[in-house]
Write a protein that binds this ligand. Structure first.
Ligand code: EPU
Length: 338
Protein backbone atom coordinates (compact mmCIF):
# COMPACT_ATOMS: atom_id res chain seq x y z
CA UNK A 1 0.00 0.00 0.00
CA UNK A 2 1.27 3.44 -0.84
CA UNK A 3 -0.09 6.53 0.87
CA UNK A 4 0.61 10.04 -0.41
CA UNK A 5 -0.57 13.44 0.75
CA UNK A 6 -1.81 16.50 -1.14
CA UNK A 7 -1.92 14.88 -4.57
CA UNK A 8 -3.03 16.56 -7.81
CA UNK A 9 -5.96 14.74 -9.40
CA UNK A 10 -5.53 16.51 -12.74
CA UNK A 11 -3.59 13.69 -14.42
CA UNK A 12 -6.01 11.17 -12.89
CA UNK A 13 -9.26 12.39 -14.45
CA UNK A 14 -9.86 12.40 -18.19
CA UNK A 15 -11.71 15.73 -17.93
CA UNK A 16 -8.30 17.11 -17.03
CA UNK A 17 -9.80 19.27 -14.29
CA UNK A 18 -7.51 20.52 -11.52
CA UNK A 19 -8.36 19.38 -7.99
CA UNK A 20 -6.25 18.08 -5.12
CA UNK A 21 -6.81 15.17 -2.77
CA UNK A 22 -5.60 15.43 0.80
CA UNK A 23 -4.79 11.70 0.79
CA UNK A 24 -4.22 9.11 -1.92
CA UNK A 25 -4.18 5.44 -1.01
CA UNK A 26 -2.88 3.08 -3.69
CA UNK A 27 -3.74 -0.57 -3.12
CA UNK A 28 -1.72 -3.17 -5.06
CA UNK A 29 -3.43 -6.26 -3.66
CA UNK A 30 -6.58 -7.50 -1.98
CA UNK A 31 -4.61 -7.58 1.29
CA UNK A 32 -3.99 -3.85 0.92
CA UNK A 33 -7.70 -3.29 0.33
CA UNK A 34 -8.56 -5.30 3.45
CA UNK A 35 -6.44 -2.93 5.49
CA UNK A 36 -8.40 0.10 4.31
CA UNK A 37 -10.84 0.22 7.26
CA UNK A 38 -7.92 0.77 9.64
CA UNK A 39 -6.33 3.36 7.33
CA UNK A 40 -9.62 5.22 7.00
CA UNK A 41 -10.17 4.94 10.74
CA UNK A 42 -13.94 4.85 10.62
CA UNK A 43 -15.41 8.03 9.33
CA UNK A 44 -12.86 9.36 6.84
CA UNK A 45 -14.43 10.58 3.62
CA UNK A 46 -13.30 8.48 0.70
CA UNK A 47 -13.83 7.87 -2.99
CA UNK A 48 -12.72 4.91 -5.09
CA UNK A 49 -11.09 6.06 -8.31
CA UNK A 50 -10.57 3.80 -11.29
CA UNK A 51 -9.34 5.18 -14.60
CA UNK A 52 -10.91 8.58 -13.83
CA UNK A 53 -12.87 8.48 -17.07
CA UNK A 54 -16.32 9.07 -15.61
CA UNK A 55 -15.77 11.63 -12.85
CA UNK A 56 -16.01 15.35 -12.42
CA UNK A 57 -14.14 16.58 -9.33
CA UNK A 58 -16.15 19.58 -8.18
CA UNK A 59 -13.45 20.84 -5.82
CA UNK A 60 -10.46 19.70 -3.76
CA UNK A 61 -11.18 16.39 -2.08
CA UNK A 62 -10.78 16.43 1.70
CA UNK A 63 -10.34 12.75 2.39
CA UNK A 64 -8.87 9.63 0.86
CA UNK A 65 -8.89 8.81 -2.82
CA UNK A 66 -8.55 5.03 -3.00
CA UNK A 67 -7.01 3.48 -6.08
CA UNK A 68 -7.33 -0.28 -6.51
CA UNK A 69 -4.33 -0.95 -8.76
CA UNK A 70 -4.69 -4.72 -8.66
CA UNK A 71 -3.53 -6.28 -11.92
CA UNK A 72 -3.60 -9.69 -13.55
CA UNK A 73 -5.77 -11.53 -16.04
CA UNK A 74 -6.25 -15.17 -15.09
CA UNK A 75 -8.28 -17.94 -16.70
CA UNK A 76 -10.15 -19.68 -13.87
CA UNK A 77 -11.94 -22.32 -15.96
CA UNK A 78 -12.25 -23.21 -19.63
CA UNK A 79 -14.54 -26.02 -20.75
CA UNK A 80 -13.89 -25.41 -24.45
CA UNK A 81 -17.23 -23.67 -24.78
CA UNK A 82 -16.95 -20.90 -22.22
CA UNK A 83 -14.14 -19.57 -20.07
CA UNK A 84 -14.23 -17.69 -16.79
CA UNK A 85 -11.56 -15.04 -16.61
CA UNK A 86 -10.65 -13.13 -13.47
CA UNK A 87 -9.45 -9.59 -14.13
CA UNK A 88 -7.83 -7.28 -11.57
CA UNK A 89 -9.69 -4.04 -10.89
CA UNK A 90 -6.70 -1.99 -12.01
CA UNK A 91 -6.39 -3.61 -15.44
CA UNK A 92 -7.08 -1.10 -18.21
CA UNK A 93 -10.46 -2.12 -19.65
CA UNK A 94 -9.38 -2.10 -23.26
CA UNK A 95 -6.26 -4.15 -22.47
CA UNK A 96 -8.63 -6.83 -21.18
CA UNK A 97 -10.81 -6.61 -24.31
CA UNK A 98 -7.71 -6.86 -26.54
CA UNK A 99 -6.51 -9.83 -24.47
CA UNK A 100 -9.88 -11.59 -24.79
CA UNK A 101 -10.03 -11.13 -28.56
CA UNK A 102 -6.40 -12.28 -28.86
CA UNK A 103 -7.19 -15.43 -26.87
CA UNK A 104 -10.24 -16.40 -28.94
CA UNK A 105 -12.65 -15.50 -26.13
CA UNK A 106 -15.70 -13.59 -27.29
CA UNK A 107 -18.41 -11.39 -25.87
CA UNK A 108 -16.56 -8.21 -24.94
CA UNK A 109 -15.46 -7.10 -28.43
CA UNK A 110 -18.29 -4.55 -28.87
CA UNK A 111 -16.97 -2.86 -25.71
CA UNK A 112 -13.63 -2.13 -27.38
CA UNK A 113 -12.05 1.23 -26.80
CA UNK A 114 -14.02 2.23 -23.69
CA UNK A 115 -11.67 4.15 -21.41
CA UNK A 116 -11.26 3.28 -17.73
CA UNK A 117 -10.36 0.25 -15.67
CA UNK A 118 -11.95 -3.19 -15.38
CA UNK A 119 -12.95 -2.58 -11.75
CA UNK A 120 -15.30 0.21 -12.79
CA UNK A 121 -17.03 -1.83 -15.49
CA UNK A 122 -19.70 -3.33 -13.19
CA UNK A 123 -20.24 -0.10 -11.24
CA UNK A 124 -21.91 1.73 -14.06
CA UNK A 125 -22.45 -1.32 -16.25
CA UNK A 126 -20.53 0.17 -19.15
CA UNK A 127 -22.09 -0.35 -22.53
CA UNK A 128 -21.73 0.34 -26.22
CA UNK A 129 -22.94 -0.94 -29.60
CA UNK A 130 -25.65 -3.19 -28.23
CA UNK A 131 -23.66 -4.87 -25.45
CA UNK A 132 -23.34 -4.09 -21.75
CA UNK A 133 -20.78 -5.29 -19.22
CA UNK A 134 -23.56 -7.28 -17.48
CA UNK A 135 -23.75 -9.53 -20.55
CA UNK A 136 -20.25 -10.86 -19.80
CA UNK A 137 -19.93 -10.43 -16.03
CA UNK A 138 -20.01 -13.68 -14.07
CA UNK A 139 -19.25 -12.24 -10.63
CA UNK A 140 -17.71 -9.32 -8.83
CA UNK A 141 -15.27 -9.64 -5.94
CA UNK A 142 -14.20 -7.02 -3.48
CA UNK A 143 -14.07 -5.87 0.11
CA UNK A 144 -16.72 -4.14 2.24
CA UNK A 145 -15.14 -1.10 3.85
CA UNK A 146 -17.45 -1.15 6.86
CA UNK A 147 -16.20 -4.58 7.91
CA UNK A 148 -13.00 -5.19 5.94
CA UNK A 149 -14.56 -8.50 4.85
CA UNK A 150 -14.37 -9.81 1.30
CA UNK A 151 -17.56 -10.33 -0.72
CA UNK A 152 -18.49 -11.98 -3.98
CA UNK A 153 -21.66 -11.11 -5.86
CA UNK A 154 -22.97 -13.11 -8.81
CA UNK A 155 -23.89 -11.02 -11.86
CA UNK A 156 -27.57 -11.61 -11.13
CA UNK A 157 -27.15 -10.10 -7.67
CA UNK A 158 -25.68 -6.83 -8.92
CA UNK A 159 -29.03 -5.19 -9.89
CA UNK A 160 -27.61 -4.19 -13.25
CA UNK A 161 -29.57 -1.61 -15.22
CA UNK A 162 -28.79 0.96 -17.87
CA UNK A 163 -25.52 2.54 -16.59
CA UNK A 164 -26.61 1.40 -13.14
CA UNK A 165 -25.91 -1.29 -10.53
CA UNK A 166 -26.06 -2.07 -6.83
CA UNK A 167 -22.61 -0.45 -6.52
CA UNK A 168 -24.14 2.95 -7.36
CA UNK A 169 -27.03 2.35 -4.96
CA UNK A 170 -27.21 0.15 -1.82
CA UNK A 171 -23.47 -0.51 -1.75
CA UNK A 172 -22.34 2.97 -2.71
CA UNK A 173 -19.39 4.10 -0.62
CA UNK A 174 -18.98 0.74 1.10
CA UNK A 175 -17.18 -1.43 -1.43
CA UNK A 176 -13.87 -1.59 -3.16
CA UNK A 177 -14.02 -3.96 -6.12
CA UNK A 178 -10.81 -5.96 -6.40
CA UNK A 179 -11.53 -8.35 -9.27
CA UNK A 180 -14.23 -8.95 -11.86
CA UNK A 181 -14.82 -12.43 -13.25
CA UNK A 182 -16.02 -12.47 -16.86
CA UNK A 183 -17.71 -15.37 -18.63
CA UNK A 184 -16.64 -15.34 -22.27
CA UNK A 185 -17.55 -17.65 -25.11
CA UNK A 186 -15.31 -19.74 -27.35
CA UNK A 187 -17.91 -19.28 -30.09
CA UNK A 188 -18.01 -15.90 -31.84
CA UNK A 189 -21.59 -14.62 -32.07
CA UNK A 190 -21.44 -11.27 -33.85
CA UNK A 191 -23.70 -8.53 -32.55
CA UNK A 192 -23.70 -5.90 -35.25
CA UNK A 193 -27.27 -4.62 -35.31
CA UNK A 194 -26.53 -1.32 -33.55
CA UNK A 195 -26.67 1.71 -35.86
CA UNK A 196 -24.37 1.37 -38.85
CA UNK A 197 -22.07 -1.19 -37.19
CA UNK A 198 -22.87 -4.04 -39.59
CA UNK A 199 -22.04 -1.87 -42.63
CA UNK A 200 -18.82 -0.67 -40.97
CA UNK A 201 -17.74 -4.24 -40.19
CA UNK A 202 -18.59 -5.50 -43.68
CA UNK A 203 -16.66 -2.62 -45.23
CA UNK A 204 -13.58 -3.95 -43.46
CA UNK A 205 -13.85 -7.19 -45.41
CA UNK A 206 -16.45 -9.29 -43.58
CA UNK A 207 -17.80 -10.15 -40.16
CA UNK A 208 -15.00 -11.34 -37.91
CA UNK A 209 -14.13 -10.52 -34.32
CA UNK A 210 -11.08 -8.52 -35.43
CA UNK A 211 -13.26 -6.45 -37.76
CA UNK A 212 -15.90 -5.85 -35.06
CA UNK A 213 -13.20 -4.55 -32.76
CA UNK A 214 -11.71 -2.40 -35.52
CA UNK A 215 -15.08 -0.99 -36.57
CA UNK A 216 -16.11 -0.17 -32.99
CA UNK A 217 -12.81 1.58 -32.31
CA UNK A 218 -13.04 3.51 -35.60
CA UNK A 219 -16.66 4.56 -34.89
CA UNK A 220 -15.73 5.71 -31.40
CA UNK A 221 -12.68 7.58 -32.69
CA UNK A 222 -14.80 9.39 -35.26
CA UNK A 223 -17.24 10.74 -32.66
CA UNK A 224 -15.68 10.70 -29.25
CA UNK A 225 -12.82 13.06 -28.48
CA UNK A 226 -9.50 11.58 -27.34
CA UNK A 227 -9.18 12.69 -23.69
CA UNK A 228 -5.44 13.11 -24.19
CA UNK A 229 -6.19 15.88 -26.68
CA UNK A 230 -9.49 17.27 -25.34
CA UNK A 231 -10.54 16.59 -21.75
CA UNK A 232 -13.88 14.79 -21.48
CA UNK A 233 -15.59 11.94 -19.66
CA UNK A 234 -17.45 10.26 -22.53
CA UNK A 235 -21.21 10.60 -22.46
CA UNK A 236 -21.95 13.31 -19.95
CA UNK A 237 -25.67 12.49 -19.77
CA UNK A 238 -27.67 9.28 -19.82
CA UNK A 239 -30.11 8.74 -22.63
CA UNK A 240 -33.49 9.49 -21.04
CA UNK A 241 -36.00 6.66 -20.74
CA UNK A 242 -39.60 7.86 -21.01
CA UNK A 243 -43.11 6.45 -21.44
CA UNK A 244 -44.00 5.75 -25.06
CA UNK A 245 -46.72 8.43 -24.82
CA UNK A 246 -44.11 11.10 -24.03
CA UNK A 247 -42.00 10.01 -27.01
CA UNK A 248 -45.08 9.90 -29.27
CA UNK A 249 -45.99 13.45 -28.29
CA UNK A 250 -42.54 14.72 -29.32
CA UNK A 251 -42.51 12.58 -32.47
CA UNK A 252 -45.84 14.11 -33.55
CA UNK A 253 -44.02 17.32 -34.41
CA UNK A 254 -40.54 15.77 -34.80
CA UNK A 255 -40.92 12.52 -36.76
CA UNK A 256 -37.14 12.52 -37.32
CA UNK A 257 -36.53 11.81 -33.60
CA UNK A 258 -34.52 8.57 -33.15
CA UNK A 259 -36.05 6.26 -30.52
CA UNK A 260 -35.40 2.78 -29.17
CA UNK A 261 -38.29 0.73 -27.80
CA UNK A 262 -37.54 -0.95 -24.45
CA UNK A 263 -39.65 -3.38 -22.42
CA UNK A 264 -42.77 -2.24 -20.52
CA UNK A 265 -43.83 0.45 -22.99
CA UNK A 266 -40.73 2.53 -22.32
CA UNK A 267 -38.70 4.35 -24.93
CA UNK A 268 -35.09 5.52 -24.86
CA UNK A 269 -34.42 8.79 -26.65
CA UNK A 270 -30.83 9.74 -27.54
CA UNK A 271 -29.82 12.68 -25.39
CA UNK A 272 -27.31 13.63 -28.10
CA UNK A 273 -30.20 14.28 -30.49
CA UNK A 274 -32.17 16.30 -27.91
CA UNK A 275 -29.09 18.41 -27.16
CA UNK A 276 -28.27 18.94 -30.83
CA UNK A 277 -31.86 19.93 -31.59
CA UNK A 278 -31.71 22.37 -28.67
CA UNK A 279 -28.94 24.17 -30.53
CA UNK A 280 -26.10 23.26 -28.20
CA UNK A 281 -23.89 21.05 -30.39
CA UNK A 282 -20.46 22.67 -30.68
CA UNK A 283 -21.38 25.61 -28.41
CA UNK A 284 -19.18 26.78 -25.52
CA UNK A 285 -19.74 28.41 -22.20
CA UNK A 286 -16.40 29.68 -20.93
CA UNK A 287 -13.81 26.96 -21.37
CA UNK A 288 -16.36 24.15 -21.41
CA UNK A 289 -18.11 23.10 -24.62
CA UNK A 290 -20.56 20.64 -26.10
CA UNK A 291 -18.51 18.45 -28.43
CA UNK A 292 -19.05 19.30 -32.09
CA UNK A 293 -19.20 15.66 -33.27
CA UNK A 294 -21.25 14.09 -30.45
CA UNK A 295 -23.51 16.38 -28.44
CA UNK A 296 -23.71 13.93 -25.55
CA UNK A 297 -20.11 14.72 -24.64
CA UNK A 298 -19.02 17.84 -22.76
CA UNK A 299 -15.39 18.82 -23.23
CA UNK A 300 -12.77 20.87 -21.46
CA UNK A 301 -11.37 23.18 -24.12
CA UNK A 302 -8.38 23.81 -21.85
CA UNK A 303 -8.25 25.19 -18.35
CA UNK A 304 -11.97 24.67 -17.69
CA UNK A 305 -13.01 24.61 -14.05
CA UNK A 306 -15.55 22.14 -12.73
CA UNK A 307 -17.86 25.11 -12.13
CA UNK A 308 -17.75 25.93 -15.85
CA UNK A 309 -18.63 22.35 -16.76
CA UNK A 310 -21.50 22.36 -14.26
CA UNK A 311 -22.76 25.69 -15.62
CA UNK A 312 -22.77 24.25 -19.15
CA UNK A 313 -24.47 21.08 -17.92
CA UNK A 314 -27.23 23.10 -16.28
CA UNK A 315 -27.70 25.38 -19.29
CA UNK A 316 -28.07 22.35 -21.60
CA UNK A 317 -30.48 20.62 -19.19
CA UNK A 318 -32.60 23.76 -18.86
CA UNK A 319 -32.96 24.15 -22.64
CA UNK A 320 -33.73 20.47 -23.27
CA UNK A 321 -36.31 20.67 -20.48
CA UNK A 322 -37.98 23.78 -21.84
CA UNK A 323 -37.94 22.64 -25.49
CA UNK A 324 -38.83 18.95 -25.07
CA UNK A 325 -40.08 18.72 -21.47
CA UNK A 326 -37.46 16.05 -20.75
CA UNK A 327 -35.09 16.03 -17.75
CA UNK A 328 -31.56 14.89 -18.58
CA UNK A 329 -29.57 13.21 -15.82
CA UNK A 330 -25.79 13.29 -15.79
CA UNK A 331 -24.07 9.97 -16.33
CA UNK A 332 -20.78 11.30 -15.00
CA UNK A 333 -20.17 11.03 -11.24
CA UNK A 334 -19.92 14.43 -9.58
CA UNK A 335 -17.44 14.07 -6.72
CA UNK A 336 -17.32 16.56 -3.86
CA UNK A 337 -19.46 19.65 -3.67
CA UNK A 338 -21.11 21.30 -0.72
N1 EPU B 1 -27.29 11.85 -32.16
C1 EPU B 1 -27.57 13.10 -32.67
N2 EPU B 1 -26.68 14.11 -32.38
C2 EPU B 1 -25.56 13.90 -31.67
C3 EPU B 1 -25.29 12.63 -31.15
C4 EPU B 1 -26.19 11.60 -31.42
O1 EPU B 1 -28.56 13.33 -33.34
O2 EPU B 1 -24.81 14.87 -31.48
C5 EPU B 1 -28.19 10.74 -32.53
C6 EPU B 1 -27.52 9.84 -33.56
O3 EPU B 1 -27.76 10.26 -34.85
C7 EPU B 1 -28.15 8.50 -33.29
C8 EPU B 1 -28.44 8.54 -31.81
O4 EPU B 1 -28.40 9.90 -31.41
O5 EPU B 1 -29.37 8.38 -33.98
C9 EPU B 1 -27.50 7.68 -31.00
O6 EPU B 1 -26.16 8.16 -31.14
P1 EPU B 1 -24.89 7.22 -30.84
O7 EPU B 1 -25.00 5.96 -31.59
O8 EPU B 1 -23.67 8.06 -31.08
O9 EPU B 1 -25.03 6.82 -29.34
P2 EPU B 1 -25.48 7.60 -28.03
O10 EPU B 1 -26.84 7.13 -27.64
O11 EPU B 1 -25.29 9.05 -28.21
C10 EPU B 1 -24.62 5.71 -26.44
C11 EPU B 1 -23.76 5.57 -25.22
C12 EPU B 1 -22.28 5.66 -25.59
C13 EPU B 1 -21.98 4.53 -26.56
C14 EPU B 1 -22.90 4.69 -27.79
C15 EPU B 1 -22.74 3.54 -28.76
C16 EPU B 1 -25.03 6.46 -23.34
C17 EPU B 1 -25.17 7.55 -22.34
N3 EPU B 1 -24.06 6.61 -24.24
O12 EPU B 1 -24.42 7.02 -26.97
O13 EPU B 1 -21.53 5.42 -24.39
O14 EPU B 1 -20.62 4.56 -26.98
O15 EPU B 1 -24.27 4.69 -27.35
O16 EPU B 1 -23.33 2.40 -28.21
O17 EPU B 1 -25.79 5.50 -23.30
C18 EPU B 1 -20.45 6.51 -22.55
O18 EPU B 1 -21.26 5.93 -21.83
O19 EPU B 1 -19.57 7.27 -22.09
C19 EPU B 1 -20.53 6.32 -24.00
C20 EPU B 1 -19.73 6.97 -24.84
Amino acid sequence: MEISENVSLKPLNTFNIEARASLMVDCQSEDDVRQLPSVLGGGMRHFVLGGGSNVLFLNDFEGAIIRPLIGGIEVLEDDGDHAKVSVGAGVVWDDFVAWSVGHGLYGAENLSGIPGNAGASPVQNIGAYGVEAKDVIDSVRGVRLSSGEPFELRGGECAFGYRDSIFKRELRGDVVITRVVFRLSRVFRPRVEYGALRAAVEALGGISVANVRKAVVATRDSKLPDPKLLGNAGSFFKNPVVDAGVADAIAASRPDMPRYALADGLVKIPAGWLIEQSGWKGRSLGNAAVHDRQALVLVNKGGATAAEVVRLCEAVRADVKSIFGIELSPEVNFVGGA
